[in-house]
Write a protein that binds this ligand. Structure first.
Ligand code: IPD
Ligand code: CA
Ligand code: CA
Ligand code: CA
Length: 269
C-alpha cells in the first residue's frame, strides 16, 4: 500500500467528490435534523451519517489496513501507518439551511503527520487539494496566500463551537479582536475557512476548539499554499480541561502580528 502523498491526495480527492455528490443528492430530497450531540444546537443529519459510512466503506475496500478517525463514527485502528481523518459534512448547519459553505473534508496522515488532503464543497463541487511538498490547488490550479496587509486591513475568519461556555469565551475574544481588523466573517466551515485563507479570500483564521476532522485537510492546503497553520494553547478551560487547540492559520508573512493580536484579544495563553 502506497504512502506517497500524491497518491493519497488523489484518493482523498475522489473520496471527497463522491461524498459531496451523495450529500448534494440527499439535500435535493429535503433534509432534517436527525439528532443532537453535545448541545441542542450541535446537530447531525442523516446525510452526515450516510456520507461518513460511504467514506469508511470506500477506505475499507481500497485500503483495509489503514486507520480511520471520523466525526460521526468510532475510531478504526489500522496497521499500515496511514490514518484517514474525515469530516463527512463540515458546515452541517449551513448544509441544513442551504447555505453555500459546507464541504466534505478528507485527510491522510502517515505516522501522525498530515501528508494529503482534499476539501470539496457540497453545493458546487469546488475542490481544494494538497499533498505534502507538492503545493495546493483549487480545481487543479495552484493557489497561494495573499500578502498580508497591516492588521487593520485584514479580513479574519472565525468559527464558534456548540457549547454555551465555549461560545461565551469565543464571543469575548471576537469582541476584543473586531475593532483591530478590517472585519470578521463566520462562514460556517472550518475546513473551508482554511482553504479561503489559502487562496487569498481571507487574511487569517482563528477558532478555539475545533477537532482534527475540521482542520486536517484545510490546514495542509493552507501550509502548501504558503501559509502557516498551528494549534496553540488557549486561555480557556472547559470544565476542568484547558482548551489547547486554538486553531490558527495565516499567511506566513502576517503570522507574528496576527498571533500577537489574538493574544491581546484573549484567545491565547
Ligand atoms: C463545525 C464547523 C464550524 C466550526 C465548528 C465546527 P461541523 O463543524 O467547522 O465552522 O466553527 O467548530 O464544529 O459540526 O459543521 O462539522
Ligand atoms: Ca466539522
Ligand atoms: Ca461534520
Ligand atoms: Ca458536527
Amino acid at each position: 500500500m502506497t504512502h506517497d502523498p500524491r497518491e493519497l491526495r488523489d484518493l482523498a480527492r475522489s473520496l471527497a467528490h463522491e461524498g459531496a455528490g451523495l450529500a448534494r443528492e440527499m439535500r435535493r430530497g429535503g433534509i432534517e435534523v436527525a439528532d443532537t450531540k453535545t448541545s441542542a444546537v450541535d446537530v447531525v443529519t442523516e446525510a452526515d451519517r450516510a456520507v461518513e459510512e460511504l467514506l469508511r466503506s470506500r477506505i475499507a475496500a481500497q485500503r483495509p489496513e489503514d486507520a480511520v478517525l471520523g466525526e460521526e463514527g468510532d475510531d478504526r485502528a489500522g496497521t499500515s501507518g496511514v490514518r484517514w481523518v474525515v469530516d463527512p459534512i463540515d458546515g452541517t448547519v449551513n448544509y441544513l439551511y442551504g447555505l453555500p459553505d459546507c464541504a466534505v473534508s478528507v485527510a491522510a496522515e502517515v505516522d501522525g503527520q498530515v501528508v494529503a488532503g482534499a476539501v470539496v464543497t457540497i453545493p458546487t463541487g469546488v475542490e481544494y487539494a494538497a499533498a505534502l511538498g507538492h503545493g495546493a490547488t483549487r480545481d487543479g490550479r495552484p493557489i497561494s496566500v495573499r500578502p498580508s496587509p497591516p492588521l487593520a486591513e485584514r479580513l479574519v475568519l472565525t468559527g464558534f463551537g456548540y457549547q454555551r461556555e465555549v461560545r461565551e469565551h469565543q464571543a469575548g475574544c471576537v469582541a476584543a479582536l473586531l475593532p483591530e481588523v478590517r472585519d470578521i466573517r463566520r462562514m460556517g466551515s472550518c475546513a473551508l475557512d482554511l482553504c479561503h485563507v489559502a487562496d487569498g479570500s481571507g487574511d487569517g483564521y482563528v477558532e478555539a476548539g475545533p477537532q482534527p476532522w475540521d482542520w486536517s485537510a484545510g490546514g495542509l492546503v493552507l501550509c502548501e499554499a504558503g501559509g502557516r497553520f498551528e494549534l496553540l494553547d488557549g486561555t480557556f478551560t472547559l470544565g476542568s480541561h484547558p482548551v489547547r487547540n486554538v486553531v490558527v492559520g495565516a499567511p506566513a508573512d502576517g503570522w507574528d502580528d496576527f498571533v500577537a493580536a489574538l493574544a491581546t484579544a484573549g484567545f491565547l495563553a
